[in-house]
Design a protein. Structure first.
Length: 402
């Protein structure tokens, strides 16, 4: 069979092992051991970076471990794919060059021109652009709906046409929460799949497949990689037809993660649990500080009982994550000044790395939605709380606010 006719790697290693082999181990053990056994020839404890495009065949078609060509499969990428599948309690993981490459591959694996998708009305900007500028001209229609309102999501479904209900939870930057089991029921009743972009929570805080979702999307650029040194994406699904379609399209479209990038994301996953605990500890301390500060008019964090998604988040998330948004009482100008006045908090986009970031969504990540329904308050600041010494983080914010 030529590379053009099949999906990715063939052979036993190509599937089924992620949940079966390590399902009894805890999350931290899976993060460190799933997907890789010490190399049989050298004993190397850590997976090598297999910088190779092609593989020796033992006679025509005699593949070792199913490896034939590195777009179809590469052992470093396999180690990452099996590890992230184990962390999401899925059967099959697929690693991509970016979160958006993962999204596009999923959409074209499931949808055809003429189909319809429900998307979050506050989707990540790049996701919205993918739907609006790339998938729409290709023939895939979409309707935005608020993920925190199941009735509105149900009303946006077009019976017979909607293939996917796509949600993020928590969303960016207002941290709206989608009730995953409820939306899974709504999607499945309509014959659609529920896809959850789990980037903000990470698999440590939330495992959508266990709550009824059909596919999980990650920008591994964020918490999974965790060190702001790599761009990557992933999909995770359970056994079945969807896995086969994704495997085929991953290879046929070709937006795969390279071995170096796979290695960095895998290294990030090893410490995901520790990092997420510290991100959450620090975020809670920052929330406590901001909630008492007279210069702050509102703090947005799903861990606060005042947050409209608090109850749902408490049911489906282990803790509430490392992203905090807040509004500056004195208005936009002061918010911009605060963003420019911190020293330890780096002014920049992205999120989920060990270092703390501060940004003004209205002028930065969400500038493109100004003037639309999705416009965010102009006095809003978003924090990606890192894992530095929390007293230093609070002191720096205190200085910038005064
Ligand atoms: C960053 C991000 C993406 C896109 O991922 P890239 O790796 O930048 O392509 C998708 N969804 C969410 C929630 C993100 O934060």
């Amino acid at each position: 069979m030529s590379d053009e006719d099949k999906g990715g790697r063939t052979g036993d290693q190509a599937g089924g092992s992620a949940r079966a082999g390590v399902e009894k181990l805890g999350f931290e053990s899976r993060a460190i051991h799933a997907g890789y056994e010490p190399d049989p020839t050298t004993g190397a404890v850590i997976p090598p970076i297999y910088a190779t495009s092609t593989y020796l065949q033992d006679g025509v078609g005699g593949l070792r471990g199913g490896y034939e060509y590195s777009r179809s499969g590469n052992p470093t990428r396999t180690a990452l794919e099996e590890c992230i599948a184990a962390l999401e309690d899925g059967d099959h993981g697929f690693a991509f060059a970016s979160g958006l490459a993962a999204e596009d591959t999923l959409l074209r694996s499931v949808c055809r021109p003429g189909d319809h998708v429900v998307i979050p009305n506050d989707a990540y900007g790049g996701t919205y652009r993918l739907f609006d500028r790339v998938e729409t001209p290709w023939g895939l229609a979409h309707t935005p709906a608020p993920v925190s309102d199941p009735e509105a999501v149900a009303a946006a479904i077009r019976p017979g046409e909607t293939r996917i209900v796509w949600v993020e939870t928590p969303t960016n930057p207002l941290l709206n929460i989608a009730d995953i089991p409820e939306l899974a029921r709504i999607a499945h009743d309509a014959g659609a799949l529920l896809v959850v972009d789990n980037t903000f929570a990470s698999p440590y805080l939330q495992q959508p497949l266990t709550l009824g979702a059909d596919a999980v999307v990650h920008s591994t650029t964020k918490y999974c990689g965790g060190h702001s040194d790599v761009v990557g994406g992933a999909l995770v699904v359970r056994e079945g037809d969807l896995a086969e379609k994704i495997r085929y399209h991953q290879n046929a479209i070709g937006g795969v993660a390279g071995p170096f990038d796979s290695w960095l994301v895998l290294r990030g996953l090893r410490t995901l649990a520790l990092r997420m605990e510290r991100h959450c500890d620090n975020a809670e301390a920052v929330v406590a500080f901001l909630s008492e500060h007279p210069g702050v008019s509102e703090v947005v964090y799903p861990g606060l009982s005042s947050h409209p998604g608090h109850e749902v988040a408490s049911r489906q998330m282990k803790r509430y994550g490392g992203i905090v948004s807040f509004r500056v009482a004195a208005g936009e100008q002061k918010a911009l000044e605060v963003c420019g006045a911190t020293k330890l908090w780096t002014l920049g986009e992205s999120l989920g790395g060990v270092e703390s970031l501060i940004e003004h969504p209205g002028r930065m990540t969400h500038a493109s939605v100004a003037g639309t329904d999705l416009e965010v308050p102009s006095d809003l600041i978003r924090l990606s709380v890192g894992i530095e010494t929390v007293d230093d983080l609070v002191a720096d914010l205190d200085r910038a606010l005064s």
